[in-house]
Design a binder for this molecule. Sequence first.
Ligand code: NG6
Ligand code: CA
Length: 513
Amino acid sequence: MKYSVVMASLVLAASAFAADRPNIIFIYADDIGYGDFSCYGGEIDTANIDTLAEGGVRFLSGYCTAATCTPSRYSLLTGEYAFRNKSAKILPGNAPLIIDPARPTIASFLRDNGYKTALSGKWHLGLGSADHPLDWNGEIAPGPREVGFQYSFNMAATADRVPSVYIEHGRIVNLDPADPVQVDYQRPVGTEPTGISNPELLRLQADEQHSGTIVNGISRIGWMTGGQSARFRDEDMADTYLNKAIGFIRQNKANPFFLYSAPNECHVPCVLHERFKNATSLGPRGNAIAVFDWCVGKIVSTLKEIGQYENTLIVITSDNGPVLFDGYWEGAIEKQGTHKPAGPWRGGKYSRWEGGTRVPFIVSWPGQVKPGISDALISQVDLFATIAALIGKPMPANGGQDSQNLLPVILGETELGREYVIQEALTQIAVRKGNWKFIPPGSITERGGIGIWNKTEVDEPGLLFHLVEDPGETRNLAALYPEKVAEMRDIILQVAPEKISGQKELDKKQLGF
Ligand code: NG6
Ligand code: CA
């Protein structure tokens, strides 16, 4: 074979390889709602995200699986509906790992198929196990590494929960062995000030639930003592996670990688770096969304710099809908103005209304996806099977059973997405099929104003809405369309029969009370 032919086939092989095995980055927002990015009509300038959306596919019917973090993250990583796992509810910071390490995740699957894998950011899926109880001062395992992340830099749960430290490769970062960390969610540990004992030390007023140990002038859920040298400064969190993510990207420019970037923004407390103090007019929550966009921009510019932008599939989405008061007096309600965090949808975080689970969902892969806006139904639970199809590998037999391959959908080739999508909130579920939405009996809980929880009781036969005619879910058509109700009930009976009667009372434990 002539040299030029050999070269040409090598070049072809290389490009085919790249198209088959692009780098994959999930940038998973926390509590950012459907209407928060400017490309979804929001009043916060998210130019970096908008640019990706313009060159990619922007979904109008993209869903997380649940209206709170832990179950959504569980489904994203495992391809399994979270209500199948009884432990998949909002976890305290010292909860055991809820993903069985024997269960494949998108991370272990990609690792086993030659990808380098990393997590940088929020975890909130538990650490330790019955066999290997959590040891904050030793090796923290099992955790992200045991379910597929070769590199991990994360907090245990949320920024509003102790321990307020970073964990890298299963060890607390900057921990002084002479000052061991202790964590408790039942009772105070140590003698440090709490939000209750020393409110004068607080930079942010907090509700009772968030009045545990004070770290960095902010009282948290739960109590901790020790680990002074390891404690994070909230203001540096976005930069810290971003730098770890960028470091990982740079290290892996020569091989395919999977990065699960899980920033804190815009979960409470929205205590951001001083340089973002006046980023928006919407106060700390708006500024946090600006920070999130800035981080997206940095990831993109890094990819461009190392020549990997075209070879990287990026998914930007969020773990649940928005909330304007979640324990700290941050001014989000007062400063909201005309901005609509959930866009046209009703409700938000915690709720079965659309705003709880319909979230921004953007896929970018320059030159590979057909740019456009898609109304295909897609759920984050589908990313596992979709990515398996993308890299041309079969799904593992022992996992991801709720995940559907929607590769042509994320490539913008078709709007034929899922037939229906299941929406979970606080262990209850709803279903959307076509333009119809059905909420079976039970209750719908959502955060109202400061200190207010709105609760709507749903009686037989449930609530039926037409989302095009009535995006605000205000006109219950169940009595008018009994056949539609029966069809939607049947879906629930097939997927989760125990959910058809709902739960009359909200399980307060779900909210950490
Ligand atoms: C709730 C907390 C809330 C937030 C949430 C988890 C109370 C009253 N509320 O229990 O502040 O931390 O848990 O958010 O404690 S999530 O995005 O990680 O699901
Ligand atoms: Ca969340």
